[in-house]
Design a protein around this ligand. Structure first.
Ligand SMILES: Nc1ncnc2c1ncn2[C@@H]1O[C@H](COP(=O)(O)OP(=O)(O)OP(=O)(O)O)[C@@H](O)[C@H]1O
Ligand SMILES: [Mg+2]
Length: 281
């Protein structure tokens, strides 16, 4: 299958005098329809990487292709931005209209989409994020999680193939986080939208098909969640924590307990512990 996103030896500096590149020879491909999370400590280059996906930034060296479009090709900028939508951390900065449905209609209106088509897109987008009943609500009255879902609906109304989310749950309470994560997962599974999501939350990272770990502008680990989280020492050495359950099982293994798998969720951890206790009876 042709990759949807492809970074070919990409390096990036914000200014020529920066001593070290912020992205350092990145090679990365993402298949269409996949769900990738990007992890890394503060300043490792995650947001810089994300901004290369819809040409907010373009490489200092190397090439980024998205759906066959060279992101440095200015003539294709409009086409590129229709295909890749971005969602950022702060929902308040992304809401532009006071009424929910007007907010969601904003981008397609600017694109000159005919009114009947806009109506359908807005309804479909609100339905997809579970916010249909709020279409006439005042956007400033919504909770953080609801606002973020409206921001996602605004992106969906552009009918993108890919959504890039830079810490979309960082400012939300646990309920809001759950709502937004469920929405993202549904968009991936049901609508087949390619998702690239930056997060600091390990329990969110493990919902993806693939986890990419960055450190100092480079990709240091890349694989399925079970594969990546089996590298407990490497993750710690780049300043990341692993899920507590993963760590517990890892410590037991290191202490000589016979366990042959990596666990990610509480349920898997409980199963392994239960199995061990059963074995001792
Ligand atoms: N506009 C800018 N000009 C100069 N340097 C920048 C700029 N934005 C980011 N940087 C630097 O680039 C590096 C990577 O920043 P980036 O924001 O991509 O990291 P990040 O992994 O997203 O971090 P965080 O987890 O804090 O969001 C950092 O050293 C940062 O100081
Ligand atoms: Mg960032």
């Amino acid at each position: 299958m042709k990759p949807f996103i492809s970074f070919e030896n990409v390096s990036f500096k914000y200014a020529p005098e920066q001593p070290k590149p912020v992205l350092d020879r990145i090679n990365l491909t993402v298949e269409e329809g996949s769900f990738v999370t990007v992890l890394g400590h503060n300043g490792s280059g995650k947001s810089t990487l994300a901004k290369h996906l819809n040409a907010i930034l373009t490489p200092t060296e190397g090439k980024v292709y998205v759906d066959g479009i060279d992101t440095a090709d200015e003539e294709k900028l409009f086409e590129l931005r229709q295909r890749v939508g971005m969602v950022f951390q702060n929902p308040d900065n992304q809401i532009v209209a006071t009424v929910v449905e007007e907010d969601v209609a904003f981008a397609p209106e600017n694109l000159g989409v005919p009114p009947a088509e806009i109506r359908k897109r807005v309804d479909d987008a609100l339905e997809a994020v579970g916010m249909s009943e709020y279409k006439e609500a005042a956007s400033y009255h919504l909770s953080g999680g609801q606002k973020q879902r409206i921001a996602i609906a605004g992106v969906l109304a552009m009918m993108p193939k890919c959504i890039v989310l830079d810490e979309p749950t960082a400012m939300l309470d646990p309920q809001g986080r759950k709502e937004v994560m469920n929405t993202i997962r549904e968009l991936n599974r049901k609508a087949g939208i390619t998702i690239v999501m930056i997060t600091h939350f390990m329990n969110e990272a493990i919902m993806a098909d693939r986890v990419v770990v960055m450190d100092e502008g480079r990709i240091v680990l890349d694989g399925g969640p079970y594969e990546v989280f089996s590298h407990v020492e490497e993750l710690k050495s780049v300043g990341l924590d692993v899920p507590q359950t993963t760590e517990l099982i890892y410590l037991l293994k290191r202490a000589g307990v016979d366990i042959d798998k990596t666990v990610l969720t509480d349920e898997e951890c409980a199963d392994v512990l239960y199995g061990l206790l059963e074995g001792q009876r």
